[in-house]
Design a protein around this ligand. Sequence first.
Ligand SMILES: O=C(O)CCC(=O)C(=O)O
Ligand SMILES: [Fe+2]
Length: 391
Amino acid sequence: MSINKIECPLIDIPEYNYNCWSVVSSSLECSELSFLDFFSNFMIKNTPCIIRNIASEWECTKKWVCNNEINYDYLKDKYGNLEAPVADCNNIQYNSHCKIDMKVTEYMDYMKHHKDNRLLYLKDWHLRRNKPDDNFYEIPIFFALDWLNEFAMDNNEDDFMFVYIGPKGSWTPLHEDVYCSYSWSVNIVGRKKWILFPPGEEDKLKDSFGNLPLLFEAEKHTNVKYYEIIQEKGDAIFVPSGWHHQVANELNTISVNHNWINACNVHIVWTALQTNLTMVEHQIEEFKDSPEYSSQCQLILKSLFGMDFKDFISFLCYIAKKRLNQLEGKSRMGLSKYILGIDTIKFDLIHILKVMESITTHPIFLNKQNILPSITEDIIKIKHEITEKCH
Ligand SMILES: O=C(O)CCC(=O)C(=O)O
Ligand SMILES: [Fe+2]
């Protein structure tokens, strides 16, 4: 079997069972871990893990690091004229870090000498998109089933592939990832301390208005279950869907991070989308008799969650159509250099069908509230086709 071929087993995804604490937070050696082990023990169980020594062959491991420190001069030389978003961890406004755009050359000077009161964290930098021919890292096979970035790249839309560079002491506030997606992160150099909360534990941290703190402090919350995970240089961390987390750089650190969705967590994304819609509907309940109520709810949903029903369904339909074509013999290339095996394609389709079945019983779909006109026919056609070809 080709080492770039992804074969997943056609198995069911179990219900959440976070009483299985013993499997939580395992640390595994990359060369001893198979795709299947990762798939069945972590991805479908939505459980975190560390994979050690994943980046030894990456170009950035070789070139961006010098004597275990960030090679500021190399980065300045190579990327100095690009711009990147930078957060000031010492400047908090509206419950988040103040953000500015900065020239990379200026940021590298700051990192090398930093003598001011600011604590600047360069984050969410789309370096890969800015320099598409610069293959400074390879997506590891474990993280290659990634509909989110496949969709973004095929359609020339914003992707979810980032570089983070931060000094010792910089940090990321407590949050849940965009769309309730998975994330993975690899340290090129440095060390991060992660605090992860199994889904639901974050409710214990909320104040009387339902707001989460910017930063979890263990001494203030003694009844909360959480995991502290240290991620060293060369380690990947797998952050499951819906696990709130906060991160602190314990040394000057560079990481590569992706957000991703696939057949194993798409149902979690769908659940989160519905929960967010219900929340929005309650918030503007007083207008529920107005003819614009449904479309206004979708608009607010998009600004809150990052996508609305139409976006989510279009995304699902796109992946479904692509996989149906791949089943018929069209190129089976997935993300990056990876080829999808037949069972992987079927696995994707079967789980898309499950979510589509749930979508078609949702009140928005049943009441034909005019927010999904053209997609309605698409989804029904796709459901038929999947049923025909995969059962
Ligand atoms: O590394 C960080 O500071 C934050 C990364 C993160 O939140 C993620 O990868 O999901
Ligand atoms: Fe995150």
